[in-house]
Ligand binder design. Structure first.
Ligand code: DX5
Ligand code: ZN
Length: 219
């Protein structure tokens, strides 16, 4: 079953706790939390204190997507705030192998995100060390952007590489421009975890948005 992870970037920041609770009630599997530093990406969101503030509103795993430089400075505080998974950008890490292991040493699941232009080959020597690879299907920084179709062969290629190594437990997550149509395309290409911000939080009927994503991914 495909994992659906609503991105709270598109939620109402004035009532984040309630929007997180509602996502769980509407069938979400993970809560996707976008942390941006205004440096790695041209937008600024929030940090570990806000993650901690919404922790008690849901029992769903917190899937934290760090769009920040030197992400390792946030790991301990994010663990204390209740993060379950932490994904860093390959482009933001000089010592990616070390960074991934720092996440795992805290007992958290480690992911690596790739910007649209970043080749899969940066993962070649660390596929065995990660729990998740996040293929960005837009340029990170903002919600509501259009899906980049050239990412479909990249997802297929990654699925092939994971299968060839027998790494069936590594999630392929996609993030950006996911809706009823693109969900089917990325799932066919091999993605099994779908982030969606605008499509879910921009819809008055969030339960139906989530079930549409799940059904499209199955088709
Ligand atoms: C973009 C963020 C995404 C964003 C996706 O940089 O990483 O998680 O919220 O938004 P949509 O689904 O609206 O494209
Ligand atoms: Zn994200």
């Amino acid at each position: 079953m495909t994992i659906i992870a609503p991105s709270i970037l598109s939620a109402d920041f004035a009532k984040l706790g309630e929007d997180v609770r509602e996502a769980e009630r509407c069938g979400a599997d993970w809560i996707h939390i976008d942390i941006m530093d205004g440096q790695f990406v041209p937008n600024l969101t929030f940090g570990p204190p806000v993650v901690g503030a919404i922790r008690s509103y849901t029992s769903l795993p917190f899937d934290v997507h760090l769009m920040v430089n030197t992400p390792e400075r946030l790991f301990e505080d994010l663990k204390k705030a209740g993060a379950d998974r932490i994904t860093v950008h390959a482009e933001a890490c000089l010592h990616l192998h070390r960074t991934i292991h720092a996440i795992r040493e805290l007992g958290l699941k480690a992911g690596v995100a790739l910007n649209p232009h970043t080749p899969l080959s940066v993962l070649d020597h660390i596929l065995e060390d990660i729990d998740l690879a996040l293929i960005m299907t837009v340029n990170p920084g903002f919600g509501g952007q259009s899906f980049i179709p050239a990412m479909l062969p990249k997802i297929r290629d990654l699925r092939g590489r994971l299968d060839a190594k027998g790494l069936h437990g590594v999630h392929i997550e996609v993030d950006g421009g996911i809706n009823g149509e693109t969900a089917a395309l990325v799932a066919q290409a091999g993605a099994n975890a779908l982030v969606a911000g605008n499509y879910i939080y921009g819809n008055n009927d969030r339960a139906s948005a989530i079930s549409t994503l799940k059904n499209s991914a199955k088709a």
